[in-house]
Write a protein that binds this ligand. Structure first.
Ligand code: BF8
Length: 620
């Protein structure tokens, strides 16, 4: 029988090995959970106070209210707001860590990082109203970091980057009262409103959810992206290799997994240390092979072309190759199962963040102040572990696929000759029908990568330029869609543009916080055309999403005016009121709205229909 858990041949091979070795993976645990809790799936379970837990009967036979009197609509709306708040908090705390690092570098307290993109530093300083005249780079960086830290608790009443959006969008947000006032403030208010006995109006709760998510997209995520570019360099197109075949039989393999480039950048640096390379050789290894996974993998593949071993559902499979000397993690999307799994091999599972400890992990605390030395220590431990590898248990799938990544806004502008005008012209003359942003995770509820790859292929074949981040982008890397040669899979118009510019039809724009790059491009395109973001022939999709961060992303993309198709269902179907708000009323309120479509081909059709409607409204 055909194994439908993944379309990735390396995943299928590793799942076979897992079965032979008697090892469980997320797919097995997902099956063991089925049938999953129906109340949870519908969003109808409330645990917000200790009169509960309460659940609302969706069939109308049992209780229709919680102990406090909350209806299903209230419970669903509160639960959704909490998901958004958690997602926004995760992205934004990442943004804070990058901002604190910039502040420390500027103050001379942090020595191991430098400022790699002075032009971007100066441009951002001007955007934040900081004069650069007569100031040193350090001074500008210090002022910018202070201004950025202010964004987390700002009292000026709005976030700086919302000035990037067209005025019509700001008016919409102003009228609805959802202009984000401060990154931390909106998350705190979300938790306050969902505490027992506070906000019990589903629409009011959802509107705050949009505001909270906007503080992520135009705040925390945006700072994470922009200040990472300042510190680590703004990505430019770069070639590399993807999938589990990037692991080496001969070298010390170190997998870096998680999110913040503060750790992964330093590991990239330390892995080049000639002393450590010699130490690896002295242990009989061919060298040091650092590879990435998930979004921290995206950060270093965008900036350095570091090989990426896979996306979310491959983290356990990488360990099962038996070829990993260390899995090094920081925060987010790290399965707690890794500790027990790593113990079945010689693999060291190393946690580094005080915020994220795991059973079975060795904790090596990493912070910006001891960055390089700690990165070296981690690599040393991996090298020491190399002789413990049991060569008889090593199985590395052969498949690797090349990718071209690194399409920051600056790189796209440079490919276009400095302005967005050629892109706008290509859209106007219908060579490019529209743009679709495909983002988000893997989820064992969906055949791994099936939705991502098929949706991307269906869209480019119909001349829709696809831009991607996160695990969606890694799926495309593995499927060969991030290569200029993939233009042959595109429609004639898109293929012509790709060939003229030498770019792939699917552009990798980075990690999940880098969806802020997509917002920036959308805002700039709208300004160029003199319209609102909601008027653009543009759509979003999260075909295999699973995390709360993805819910925050979906909400800020919709609130920014962009139609978004979800490939797995949001836990809101227990409330017609909330489902209607998100899928219908949102269109009138903010221009963007959600649809759910689990079939990638039908989802692509929804996007194409939306793009075509927007084109006709624009008269193009
Ligand atoms: O932030 S796409 S599984 S790795 S949440 Fe996680 Fe989802 Fe991957 Fe990156 Ni984004």
């Amino acid at each position: 029988m055909k194994d439908t858990r993944s379309i990735d041949p390396t995943s299928l091979q590793m799942l076979k090995v897992a079965r032979e070795e008697g090892l469980e993976t997320a797919w097995d645990r997902y099956l063991a959970q089925r049938p999953q809790c129906g109340f949870g799936e519908l969003g109808l379970c409330c645990r917000n106070c200790n009169m509960g837990p309460c659940r609302i009967d969706p069939f109308g036979d049992g209780p229709q209210k919680g102990v406090c009197g909350a209806t299903g609509d209230i419970v669903v709306a509160r639960n959704l707001l909490r998901m958004i708040a958690a997602g926004a908090a995760a992205h934004s705390d990442h943004g804070r860590d990058v901002t604190e690092t910039l502040r420390g570098v500027a103050a001379g307290e942090i020595k191991d990082y430098t400022i790699k993109d002075e032009n971007k530093l100066k441009a951002l300083a001007l955007e934040f109203g900081i004069s650069t005249e007569g100031k040193t780079v350090q001074e500008i960086a210090g002022k910018l970091a202070e201004a950025a830290l202010e964004e987390f608790g700002t009292r000026k009443g709005y976030l700086q980057a919302i000035d990037r959006v067209p005025s019509k969008r700001k008016e919409i947000w102003g009228k609805l009262g959802i202009i984000p006032r401060g990154i931390d403030r909106e998350v705190v208010e979300a938790m306050h409103r969902t505490h027992f006995g506070v906000d019990n109006d589903p629409a009011n709760l959802i509107l705050h959810g949009l505001r909270c998510s906007l503080s992520d997209g135009w705040g925390g995520s945006l700072l994470a992206t922009e200040l990472s570019d300042v510190l680590f360099g703004t990505p430019r197109p770069v070639r590399g290799r993807s999938n589990l075949g990037v692991l080496s039989k001969e070298a010390v393999n170190i997998l870096v997994h998680g999110h913040e480039p503060i750790l992964s950048e330093m590991l990239v640096e330390a892995a080049k240390d000639p002393g450590l390379i010699s130490a690896a050789r002295a242990k009989g290894a061919g060298g040091i092979n650092l590879v990435g996974m998930c979004c921290t993998g995206n950060e270093i593949l965008m900036r350095h072309g570091v090989p990426v071993a896979g996306n979310f559902l491959q983290q356990e499979l990488a360990v099962i190759t038996g070829a990993l000397e260390a899995v090094v993690v920081d925060v987010q999307c790290i399965m707690p199962a890794l500790g027990q799994l790593a113990a079945c091999y010689h693999t060291k599972f190393i946690s580094t963040s005080p915020k994220a400890k795991f059973p079975g992990a060795i904790h090596i605390p990493f912070n910006e102040h001891n960055a390089l030395e700690t990165a070296r220590e981690i690599i040393r431990q991996a090298i020491e572990n190399y002789p413990n590898r049991d060569k008889n248990r090593v199985f590395i799938p052969e498949e690797t696929t090349e990718y071209v990544a690194g399409f920051s806004v600056e790189a796209i502008l440079s490919a276009l000759g400095g302005t967005l005008t050629p892109l706008v012209e290509a859209v106007k003359n219908n060579k490019i029908r529209g743009i679709a942003a495909l983002v988000g995770c893997n989820n064992p509820k969906v055949t791994q990568d099936y939705n991502h790859v098929n949706m991307a292929k269906a869209l480019i074949a119909r001349d829709v330029l696809v831009i991607e981040t996160g695990c969606a982008a890694i799926a495309s890397a593995k499927a060969g869609l991030l290569l200029p040669e993939a233009a042959e899979l595109a429609g004639a118009g898109l293929a012509e543009v790709c060939r003229a510019l030498g770019v792939p039809p699917v552009l990798h724009m980075g990690s999940c916080v880098d969806i802020s790059r997509i917002l920036t491009v959308a805002a700039a395109l709208a300004r160029e055309l003199g319209v609102d973001i909601a008027d653009l022939p543009v759509a979003g999709a999260a075909p295999e999403w699973m995390s709360e961060k993805a819910v925050s992303i979906g909400a800020y993309v919709v609130a920014s005016g962009i139609f978004t198709v979800l490939g797995t269902v949001l836990p809101v179907l227990g409330s017609n009121v909330v489902a209607d708000l998100l899928t219908r009323q949102a269109k009138d309120l903010v221009g963007g709205y959600f649809a759910v479509e689990t079939d990638p081909f039908k989802a692509a059709e929804l996007i194409i229909a939306h793009i075509d409607a927007k084109r006709s409204a624009l008269g193009i």
